[in-house]
Design a protein around this ligand. Sequence first.
Ligand SMILES: [Zn+2]
Length: 181
Amino acid sequence: MAPIYLDFASGDACERRMPEALVEEEDARRMREALAAARHAREAGEVPVGACVVAEDGRLLASAGNRTRTDCDPTAHAEVVALREAARRYGNYRLTGVTVYSTIEPCAMCAGALIQARVRRLVYGARDERFGAVESQFRLCDSGSLNHRMEITSGVLEEECRAAMQEFFRARRRAGMRAEG
Ligand SMILES: [Zn+2]
């Protein structure tokens, strides 16, 4: 894997940004990583949400899927699991400078965790109309009362991210009907 962020990391981030097309390509590549984690979660019977954390220099710090059932832990959402692992590897609970990719718009708990970690940028795939706390239900990440401002990009591989969720819930409903019938 070529370290795409090299130029970006070596100079002032504001003056030496990656060209837009490269950012989009990198975002899609990382979102595929998050989608792979979502697929693994799905295979383990979890809601298929995946997340990954990428350092400023392009290093992948962590990648995780939902683990709430597996761990019997209501806080084990993909984003939180990935942030924990990333902080351990980073050696700092502040993840200043990292980008977090999530297949689905983070919920209030995860948005709060992203803020606590001082994440620089959040990229997500599909909106979550019911629980989304970035733009759908609340706008926690750009609340004016916080002095930490996060850069947000949404809609990356949106269709694939949404399809994974829809397919999961359809299958679950079908299974539910079979169990009842
Ligand atoms: Zn969450």
